[in-house]
Design a protein around this ligand. Sequence first.
Ligand code: KIV
Length: 281
Amino acid sequence: MTAYASNAPNEKPESVRKPFGIRQLRAARAKAERLTMLTCYDASFAAASCAAGVDMLLVGDSLGMVVQGHTSTLPVGLEDIRYHTACVARAATSCMVIADMPFASYQASAEQAFQNAALLLQAGAHMVKLEGGAWLAPTVEFLTQRGIPVCAHLGLTPQSVNTLGGYTVQGRGASGQALLDDAKLLEQAGAEIVLVELIPSPLATQLTALLSVPTIGIGAGPNVTGQVLVIYDILNLTPGRKARFVKNYLAQANDIEAAIALFVSEVKSGVYPGPEHGFES
Ligand code: KIV
């Protein structure tokens, strides 16, 4: 896609790819198919990702760090996520769009979560993502009963960096069982996806065996239903020290769409993530 081109993203031919929706998500889990998700914030990267075969796009609150230059996700507001969700959704012809609910937009009550999640669905999201464990289960039930699909986020939950004390691996030792218990409760409350960030690979293996819904991992090893990475990371655009689970796909590709397609094919074939990208118990 070029700027000012006549084939704007929302005019892409329908033949490109069948849209990936909630039914495809459930079917993929049932068939144990590997899924792909990228964190994406704008229409150009959304169009390239869908064309490259990505299943789901997450409008993550990591935009606070990646796009806005903050040192955490805490300053991100609902209007920031709403705006970027609308940008992504306009170009996401075949991908499911998941919008992150930012800090302080859902923790106070289920009603607060519903009102804010509804704005994100009206902006084009098909699902919302919330960070939290057992305490969040009533909210997940409240949203799903009212037509809002939920992706639950466990493990490293960056909005809680001040209580966690840093961006470190979660779920080691006894806290691993607590994570499994939380995940089961969230699934029972209606969560459609459980996303886990920075947990030991053996714990993610246990989690995937325990749940019927798809698990999506970032720094969680190979035995999850799908993998998510931040698009800027796979294109080597993030300055500074790289996280262990990050792989630079642009290094082996001629252009951005080819780099994303390589990520898709490596996830689908099980090449990514390798043992070097995961964490032990
Ligand atoms: O905000 C984000 O991009 C995320 C992913 C890292 C899972 O939550």
